[in-house]
Design a binder for this molecule. Sequence first.
Ligand code: ZN
Length: 125
Amino acid sequence: MTSGPSGPSEQKGQPGLVSAALSGLCPRCGAKTLFAAPAGLADECAKCGLDFLALERGGRFVGILTMLLALVLILAALGVDEWLRPPLWASFLFWGPVTVASVIGALRFYKTMWVYHQYEEGQQP
Ligand SMILES: [Zn+2]
């Protein structure tokens, strides 16, 4: 993570979605205020007061996305199991963190995408 003296709010235009998702940047002011928890949006921007909760409303595919991702990971885990036949403890040691990290990452990316999309919609007259 880079944390220079001049934040992303200095930049012109919108930051990339990936970096926005990684650092949780507010779509309006670019402050790192979008996430209050690893995969949980803050209620509003602590800096400019943009209402994230209102923007998030309607993001109801999050549950489906999480389930799909979990399914893919379980299938992948079964595939690796068939292939390498690792000891059970190794499977848990590997797939536990991988699953948690993937779900959190996907949720972050999805929510950021959704909030940015909603924000841009709201900007149009
Ligand atoms: Zn803001």
